[in-house]
Design a protein around this ligand. Structure first.
Ligand code: CO
Length: 621
């Protein structure tokens, strides 16, 4: 059966790939599959062959390798060791880690000191351990475990943190390396829950709001290809990159070859020993596109209206396919007005409704939920929005104390200040692969002969010629944006066709000190913009960040300061939220938004949405 080269791996293909790896002797006795993904073919490929790439991790030796297999030929194509790199944690390692902690006498003693006797009531959260240069920790496969008490099974444990107890666990050697006890702070006892049975009286004045499309949806889904209005693209779920768009075109013209999460990090700003090591790379350390992080979505709850879903098939640690039903939601939303004008000479009005196509997925990693939403609009605009929700990290605070690097969200309950920083890898192909990137700004000018009234507003566009010139931060006061153009394709006014990257209000960069370990490991987040020439093996903004000392990914990719002019450019955009928690974020956080917009600039010769028909007889008079 013919499958498009960018069609997601099927369950059978994942099974076949795992079998080829095993039969080829590439998986030792202690080998596990960190991931099995489609090896996306190069842009100019003419083959219909299907290849997969397995990231294999040997639990005994700690060695990782990348094994490429041909599904078409049923053979191993290549096997490349990845020295010094540790793939994302395995699900079985998380489970083992909790078992080791709960039977460790030092840890039992520490929680008993806090009056906790029932160990079944303790919720243990394993965290990526990071890398702080401690020689004791070198070469180990570590997790750090913090814990919480649940007063009953569904109780929100984050209301009752067991403060100051941190277990460091080596899941390679199956031992608890150490248990730190930084002194007893009473476990907050008040329960905070959010399910209706705990909230009490619910509102009674919300009337039903239904979205109906009696003639069906305006989009079609064929395999993983989606067509809506003039847009056409493919969508897939990647274990690390999450929701990925492929070959995005509008009106048959190329905009993006691929867009997905290149990495993310959540650095915490609390300096107390229970928290100062917390830096979660939910993509590279944890694999947010895998089971059990990737949510199965529920009609009428996660998405409303006429919905189509795509399932995601993801390999587990053993290389067996797991199907997550309804992992990707596709639907249309009304979005207010698209354009309007009332002609006061003729008293006629033209108004058009805006609507957008939404493609989304939601991932639960520990206490937090991340929703990734791609929006497509009728006027050629695209937008990426991250929705952040879930439960705050919490910290026990001694009675009467006010923390400095945390905010109090309830009595004796602090929530450490932190950032959520996302880096999207955007492989633009504006009307073809050869593109250039300009930084655009708007400035005033001093009074001169040409500017006698001093009212001048000067738009400037500066070509970014090299990787170092393209390491930039956002500046809302200057209206700074970045424009990706095709110098070889001119529009009606003789300018290169392009799209602009418009930063959102949430354009945070990493604020940790340059000496901080996270600064070395998440250098991608120290700038909003990076641009690299396309290279097939440069796909992760922080390389393999798990337990790494840093320097990988963008700082390494850009070290040679390559030219980026009129070539196949990849734009990396980092942004995010500075999260100073509010009492209103507790006990479950209303959605916080972050993202960016991609808008056509001279890509079209005029408003491309004039042909959107009026919704009914009243909208065109
Ligand atoms: Co937050």
């Amino acid at each position: 059966m013919y499958m498009h080269p960018l069609e997601s791996l099927s369950a059978d293909e994942i099974k076949t790939a795992a079998a080829i790896v095993k039969d080829g002797g590439e998986l030792g006795e202690h080998g596990r599959f960190s991931s099995i993904t489609l090896l996306e073919p190069p842009k100019d490929a003419s083959t219909a062959d299907r290849d997969a790439v397995a990231l294999v991790y040997d639990r005994a030796s700690g060695a990782a390798s990348s094994v490429v297999v041909s599904l078409t030929k049923g053979a191993v194509v290549s096997s490349t060791p990845i020295p010094g790199s540790q793939p994302a944690y395995l699900l079985e390692e998380m489970a083992e880690c909790i078992g080791l902690v709960k039977t460790d006498p030092r840890w039992i003693e520490a929680v008993r000191k806090r009056g906790v006797e029932d160990l079944d009531a303790v919720q243990c959260d394993p965290w990526p351990a990071g890398n702080f240069g401690d020689p004791d920790e070198d070469g180990r496969r570590l997790l750090r475990v913090v814990s919480y008490v649940r007063h009953f099974e569904e109780d929100n444990g984050y209301a009752h943190p067991i403060e100051g107890v941190v277990a460091t666990v080596d899941v390679g050697r199956q031992e608890v390396l150490r248990v730190e006890d930084h002194g007893v702070i009473p476990v907050p006892s008040k329960c905070f829950n959010y399910a209706p049975s705990h909230v009490g009286q619910m509102r009674t004045d919300l009337k039903p709001l239904d979205i109906t499309q009696p003639e069906g949806t305006s989009f079609t889904v064929d395999g993983n290809e989606i067509a809506w209005q003039k847009w056409r693209f493919r969508v897939s779920m990647h274990p690390l990159d999450g929701l990925v768009l492929h070959t995005v075109t509008i009106d048959g013209r190329s905009v993006l070859h691929r867009a997905g999460l290149g990495e993310m990090v959540v650095p915490y700003g609390e300096t107390t020993p229970g928290h100062r090591w917390k830096n979660a790379f939910d993509s590279g350390e944890l694999g947010l596109g895998r089971f059990p992080f990737l949510n199965s979505l529920e009609l009428g709850c996660d998405c409303l209206g006429e919905i189509r879903y795509l399932d995601a098939v993801i390999a587990n640690d053993q290389g067996d396919p797991i199907t997550i039903n309804n992992a990707i939601c596709i639907h249309e939303e009304d979005y207010g007005i698209l354009w309007k004008h009332f002609d006061s000479h003729t008293f006629t009005t033209e108004v058009r409704r805006s609507r957008r196509l939404v493609v989304s997925s939601i991932h639960t990693v520990g206490n937090y939920e991340y929703g990734f939403y791609w929006y497509f609009y009728l006027d050629g605009t695209m937008q990426l929005e991250v929705k952040l929700t879930g439960i705050l990290q919490t910290m026990g605070v001694a009675p009467g104390e006010t923390p400095v690097h945390s905010t109090l969200v309830a009595p004796q309950l602090g929530a450490p200040v932190h950032q959520h920083l996302f880096c999207f890898r955007l492989d633009f192909d504006i009307d073809g692969a050869e593109n250039s990137v300009y930084e655009t700004e708007l400035s005033g000018e001093p009074v001169s002969d040409d500017n006698p009234f001093g009212n001048a507003l000067l738009p400037t566009a500066r070509l970014l010629r090299t990787e170092s010139e393209a390491q930039r931060t956002a500046d809302l006061s200057k209206g700074r944006q970045w424009r990706i153009v095709n110098p070889g394709r001119l529009n009606a006014v003789g300018q290169p066709t392009g799209y602009r990257l418009v930063p959102g209000a949430s354009a945070a960069v990493l604020l940790a000190s340059p000496e901080a370990a996270v600064h070395q490991r998440a250098t991608f987040a120290t700038k909003n913009l990076w641009v690299t020439p396309y290279a097939a093996d440069e796909s992760r903004a922080a390389g393999y960040p798990n337990l790494s000392a840093g320097g990988e990914g963008l700082p390494s990719y850009t070290a040679g300061d390559r030219p980026i002019e009129n070539t196949d450019v990849v734009v990396w955009y980092s942004f995010g939220v500075n999260h100073v928690p509010r009492p209103e974020d507790w006990p479950v956080m209303p959605v916080e938004y972050a993202g960016f917009t991609l808008q056509p600039v001279g890509f079209f010769d005029q408003n491309p949405a004039l042909d959107v028909p009026p919704s009914n007889g009243h909208c065109s008079t």
